[in-house]
Design a protein around this ligand. Structure first.
Ligand code: NAD
Length: 424
């Protein structure tokens, strides 16, 4: 099939590349000229394990192309995917200006029957809005379909090539056949392509992310109880996770969920619920718990230093904005290391904190180490090197990376989330 992908960011590039890999001819469009130039020259713009190899192979074999021209991209295509940003607007609802802007443009240039498939995460009713935006300028035949994306960054190629399920929102038999054929190579092992109406499909994506966020906030509250009741959240997690009605995943307590999807999707579903006069109480609590949890580790640190962080210097493994702000506002300084996020964070907060070249350098001169994210290199550090660099063997671990007993045996003062730690 001939496919156009509009928006060549995270979702667009993975989608385009994987569809090309199964033999389709794919043209990816983006308004970002520099991005398109790089991609056309064979330079990949995101890091995803396994993606570069198939990206290069499909460019070489002529199945994957890039352009800035929407009109050129949709020529002769049957299917047009939208993988455009839907960032939170000022009131928390998903901003549809990119999606509806492209829909409006498509209305002006469509010729002949096309299927417009929305892969962006969008509020219920967006398929109708896209359809109406096209209909303003175009009175030919077309279908607008919802096909939410469930890939996770870091394992995006695997998620796309072997999805647990594919959700397609359409009531058109013609589209069902087309989408079944398109996804057939990805569901050979028998995972379902679930067809439903457009609105249910749009809601499915928000329901999935909101449910996962709920699981995380629930476990963070159980961790709070563990700390107050002398129980161990690792044991409780294993105890409940082995019940297959509950499942093992998303039961890890920490310093709250973050990232590019959960906060915005939870917020957007709360907003959509308000708009239909439904007070989504659980989800509001999920957000509230998450906001508290982001500061829980900082509260532990403050308690340890008896509320006096003035002039204290901390090493931070993993960048997390809320703790950084709270520590700095309390008069502390920070040297951070993060294997991925440093360039972005540097661009946003500049020299508010210091940046180390590696996780061990960050430890130099620090009163304590604070762990905020769970990169694998943090999980298995060189404890001998750590011992040489760290002045005070004090660790506040927001991700429960280490075994409590092991840390105590190594002579550390160690606090984590929902587990008993060192006695002060
Ligand atoms: P992204 O910001 O990485 O990519 C969006 C791309 O669209 C950018 O390259 C941008 O330049 C381009 N763009 C903007 N306006 C355009 C226009 N008018 N024409 C052509 N291109 C245009 O975003 P993303 O992470 O790929 O997310 C896209 C959607 O998918 C969002 O709704 C997001 O919520 C959803 N989603 C993301 C993930 C994820 O893990 N990143 C997972 C599932 C769903």
């Amino acid at each position: 099939m001939k496919i156009a992908i509009v928006g060549t960011g995270y979702v667009g590039l993975v989608t385009g590349t994987c569809f090309a890999e199964t033999g389709n001819k794919v043209t990816c469009v983006d308004i970002d000229k520099i991005k398109v130039e790089k991609l056309s020259a064979g330079q990949i713009t995101i890091y995803e394990p396994g993606l570069e190899k198939i990206f290069l192979r499909n460019i070489k074999e002529g199945r994957l192309k890039f352009t800035t021209e929407l009109e050129e991209a949709i020529e002769d295509t049957e299917i047009i995917f939208l993988a455009l940003p839907t960032p939170p607007g000022a009131d928390g609802s998903a901003d549809l200006k990119y999606v509806l802007g492209v829909a409006d443009h498509l209305g002006k240039i469509l010729k002949g029957y096309k299927v417009i498939v929305n892969k962006s995460t969008v509020p219920v009713g967006t398929a109708d809005k896209v359809s109406a935006a096209i209909a303003k300028h175009y009175n030919g035949e077309y279908d607008v379909v919802s096909n939410p994306e469930f890939l996770r960054e870091g394992v995006a190629v695997d998620d796309f090539m072997k999805p647990n399920r594919v959700v397609v929102g359409t009531r058109s038999e013609r589209v069902k056949k087309l989408m079944s054929d398109l996804y057939a190579p990805f569901v050979r092992q028998g995972n379902p392509v679930i067809f439903m109406d457009e609105r249910s499909s749009e809601l499915t994506k928000y329901a999935a992310n909101s449910f996962l966020a709920t699981k995380i906030s629930f476990m963070n509250e159980i961790a709070q109880l563990c700390e107050r009741m002398g129980a161990d959240v690792d044991m409780v997690r294993r105890g409940i996770g082995s019940d297959d009605r509950i499942g093992k995943r998303f039961l890890f307590p920490g310093i709250g969920y973050g990232g590019s999807c959960f906060p915005k999707d939870v917020q957007a579903l709360i907003k959509s619920s308000d708009e239909v006069n439904y007070d989504f109480e659980i989800l509001k609590a999920v957000e509230k718990v998450n906001a508290h949890q982001k500061l829980h580790l900082v509260e532990k640190i403050k308690a340890y230093y008896e509320n006096n962080l003035q002039g204290k210097h901390f090493a931070l493994w993993g960048l997390a904005f809320k703790p950084i702000d709270a520590l700095i506002n309390a008069g502390a300084t920070i040297t951070a290391y993060d294997p991925e996020a440093m360039p972005n964070v540097k661009a946003q907060i500049g020299d508010k904190i210091n940046y180390a070249e590696n996780q061990y350098q960050a430890l130099e001169g620090a009163a304590a180490l604070i762990i905020a994210t769970e990169w694998s290199e943090f999980r298995t550090p060189d404890f001998d090197l750590m011992e040489q660099k760290i002045q005070n063997k004090i660790v506040f671990d927001g991700r429960n990376l280490f075994d409590v007993q092991k840390m105590i045996e190594l002579g550390y003062y160690y606090e984590s989330i929902g587990r008993s730690g060192s006695e002060k």
